[in-house]
Design a protein around this ligand. Structure first.
Ligand SMILES: Nc1nc2ncc(COP(=O)(O)OP(=O)(O)O)nc2c(=O)[nH]1
Length: 281
């Protein structure tokens, strides 16, 4: 399995680690740490050394209640960082944004993947993907960041999230985007209760369209606070890496994480055990 972009191709026969680089002042777990461009580029290169095969650059927090960011401010945050990483590394770079204008500019600056928590539903987003020739991650969210966690409700969360991911892939393919450039993500914590998140974790192997890589992002999320009783962010790493191991056994191909070294070690173990592929049903 591979994920194709205009300039690079990602081999996903074994799961890839996507290192999170939030260049925001208010991201829920690492906000404010990498607002200086050189510090952000240094962190990106360090994550590559630790085993990241994708670096996910985000300029706008998507946590519940986060303040929206103007296009010009988001561009000012992400473009220098993408250019700086590209000047030093051939690593796959993703841009975590919902705005088509930011997608286009980031891809121009060297990004290979559009990571859109809205599943490319904004007007012009699918066209931006088609025109830039990059890859994309299509994520499910119920509602919008400001309100999504107020009262998430589904008749069948697995069926509804899977149907959404199939529909977004079809929409992109119908618009002329090759399937080989697409991956999908159930969107843990994006309009989901703990029970919804756990149901999706149990059903990972059946969420994505056939031959479409599955990306998951549970790193340090509040689902672990409730389940494991660990409010402290650092204490959530055990749940995060255990979930990464589980996801690999269920066929997930990209694991989005703040803790790159630890996640890479866990996925290396999964590979050594022959466990990083879907278990026979
Ligand atoms: N594809 C994908 N992208 C995502 N982007 C942001 C967050 C939220 O986490 P984080 O980036 O750490 O926080 P913030 O949005 O506050 O910057 N989660 C996902 C996710 O689960 N999947």
């Amino acid at each position: 399995m591979r994920l194709e972009s205009a300039e690079r191709s990602l081999d996903l026969r074994s799961p890839a680690v996507m290192g999170i680089l939030n260049v925001t002042p208010d991201s829920f777990s690492d906000g404010g740490r990498y607002t200086d461009t050189s510090a952000a580029v240094e962190r990106a290169l360090a994550m590559v050394e630790e085993g990241a095969r994708i670096v996910d650059v985000g300029g706008e927090s998507t946590r519940p209640g986060a303040a929206p960011v103007e296009i010009r401010d988001e561009l000012a945050r992400v473009l220098p960082v993408i250019e700086g990483i590209r000047a030093h590394s051939e690593v796959f770079i993703s841009i975590d944004t919902i705005k088509p204008e930011v997608m286009r500019a980031a891809c121009e600056a060297g990004a290979d993947l559009i990571n859109d928590v809205m599943g490319l539903r904004a007007e012009g987003a699918v066209e931006a993907l088609r025109d830039t020739g990059t890859a994309a991650c299509l994520m499910h969210m119920q509602g919008e960041p400001r309100t999504m966690q107020r009262a998430p409700r589904y008749d069948d969360v697995v069926a509804e999230v899977s149907a959404f991911l199939h529909a977004r892939v079809a929409a992109c393919v119908d618009a002329g985007v090759p399937r080989a450039r697409l991956c999908v993500d159930p969107g843990f914590g994006f309009g989901k209760t703990l029970e919804h998140n756990l149901a999706l974790m149990r059903a990972l192997a059946c969420l994505a369209p056939e031959d479409t890589p599955l990306l998951i992002g549970v790193s340090r999320k509040s689902m672990f606070a409730r389940l494991l009783g660990c409010d402290d962010m650092a204490a959530r790493i055990n749940g995060s890496v255990a979930a990464a191991f589980w996801a690999a056994t269920q066929g997930a191909r990209i694991i989005r994480t703040h803790d790159v070294r630890e996640t890479h070690q866990v996925l290396t173990l999964a590979g050594a055990l022959g466990a990083d592929r879907p278990m026979p049903q």
